[in-house]
Write a protein that binds this ligand. Structure first.
Ligand code: 5CA
Ligand code: ZN
Length: 413
């Protein structure tokens, strides 16, 4: 699938040293430093193309954009892969509900998403891969799992035996009862008769009447959800045999911790013999009016609607940066109003002939981001600099600060 155009990133002045990036790791529950490397491999779960792009999606991709920007600023290369779940039950259900062709729905939503990503200055993935185009990779991955004796069939459908991975369940930290509950809420089928373990997940769904299907060595059908991401990640990130992990960063929103990322990590562990990721990063959920923003609740605020209403995408970005990425938070009119005011003050301060010293502010932005993407602290540093400038302090370089804000926070002023 075509990715979207890239955004220029200003270089970092070598006088600023960049500490190692630490990120909260879902598996260990602690902050963990990424090792210094010249190439990082990052996989982030992409959209299921309907109801794109709501502010929850935007917040999640912005989180990984900050990681991408920081690692690139260290001089490293970031091999970034994202998928599109362009065939799955929820997409088919939505297309049916709205009386449109599922492929038309997917294509129009992917196009909308691309435009939103460009507007928000989110760096594109190197590989942007749809589930449909990845079907041969999925069937190859299923063959590998089959050879490892971890696949069985129920009628014509193929299941992955999750307990074949001794570490299954250790990454998401839920009890068996919780896992079963969440599994059934998020597309799983714990009650299917014939399964060996209630949590075993579908990797190949045999063709159903009236639904799209593709030929495969296992008969006509379509991919299961979790294997889609494991297969795409391994094929496009190409793990380095010298690494102790298949990839460096695996990410998405916290709604994917279980079952999606647990199942995927188990599949990758079987396929590679290694733990999936060095760090598992999850962005918190963005909600509206006290509720998680979700397609099923229908309480969505869309990036494209805000932009069409005249909101500057950089203000949306600033608003999303104003809270800690890992926490669940609400989108309110006040959040947007605060970001609009902050942006106006920042623009006005940066346009002065004389500005307060900028070096310390830039160093603070860098140190804050290195510390688990602490954007709240980074924005506080910018606010203090604005106050100093407004109070008449001089000696700084507005060009240097605006470039650093662009490089690290992705906000072009
Ligand atoms: N296609 C799958 C992943 S393989 C999927 O979850 N698609 S999605 O369209 O539902 O979500 C796309 C991304 O946005 C995922 O990383 C998901 O975790 C994240 N996301 C969904 N809703 C929210 C929300 N309310 N707040 C923050 N992130 C969200
Ligand atoms: Zn995924």
């Amino acid at each position: 699938m075509r990715s979207w155009p890239t955004v220029a990133i200003p270089d970092v002045d070598p006088k600023y040293s960049l500490p190692k990036l630490t990120l909260k790791d879902t598996l260990s529950g602690t902050k963990k430093a990424l090792p210094t490397k010249s190439l990082y491999r990052m996989y982030v779960c992409g959209i299921t193309p309907y109801d794109a792009t709501h502010l929850g999606h935007a917040a999640t991709y912005l989180t990984f954009d900050l990681i991408n920007r920081y690692l690139r600023a260290t001089g490293a290369e970031v091999r970034y892969v994202q998928n599109i779940t362009d065939i799955d039950d929820p997409l088919l259900e939505r297309a049916k509900r709205d009386g449109i062709d599922w492929e038309d729905l997917a294509h129009s939503q992917i196009e909308l998403f691309r435009g939103d990503m460009v507007n928000l200055h989110i760096l594109p993935p190197e590989s942007y891969i749809g589930a449909v185009e990845a079907i041969p990779l999925v069937t190859e991955a299923v063959e590998v799992l089959k050879a490892a004796d971890t696949i069985y069939s129920v009628d014509e459908d193929l299941y992955f035996q999750v307990r074949s991975d001794a570490e299954f369940g250790t990454r998401s930290h839920y009890s068996q009862v919780e896992m079963q509950e969440i599994f059934s809420q998020r597309g799983g089928d714990p009650d299917r008769v014939g399964k060996k373990d209630v949590l075993d997940c579908l990797v190949w769904l045999a063709a159903r009447p009236g639904e799209p299907s593709w030929d495969s060595p296992f008969g006509a059908g379509r991919p299961g959800w979790h294997i889609e991401c494991s297969a795409i990640a391994l094929a496009y990130l190409k793990p380095d045999p010298a690494d102790d992990y298949a990839i460096d960063i695996q990410g998405g929103g916290s709604d994917l911790i279980f079952p999606h990322h647990e199942m995927g990590a188990s599949q990758v562990a079987i396929m590679t013999g290694k733990p999936y990721a060095q760090t598992y990063v999850h962005a918190g959920m963005v909600g509206l009016d006290g509720e998680k923003m979700s397609k099923s609740k229908g309480n969505l605020v869309f990036v494209s609607k805000l932009v069409a209403a005249g909101v500057d995408p950089m203000v949306i970005r600033l608003a999303l940066l104003s809270a800690a990425y890992g926490r669940n938070r609400m989108w309110t009119d006040a959040v947007l109003a605060e970001a609009t005011a902050r942006m106006a003050r920042l623009q006005s301060a940066l346009s002065r002939n004389e500005v307060a010293p900028t070096k310390e502010c830039i160093a603070l932005i860098i140190a804050s981001l290195a510390d688990n993407l602490d954007t709240v602290r980074a924005l506080k540093a910018i606010d203090s600099w604005i106050e100093q400038t407004e109070s008449g302090l001089t000696g700084g370089s507005s060009g240097e600060l605006s470039r650093a804000i662009d490089t690290f926070l992705g906000i072009a002023i």
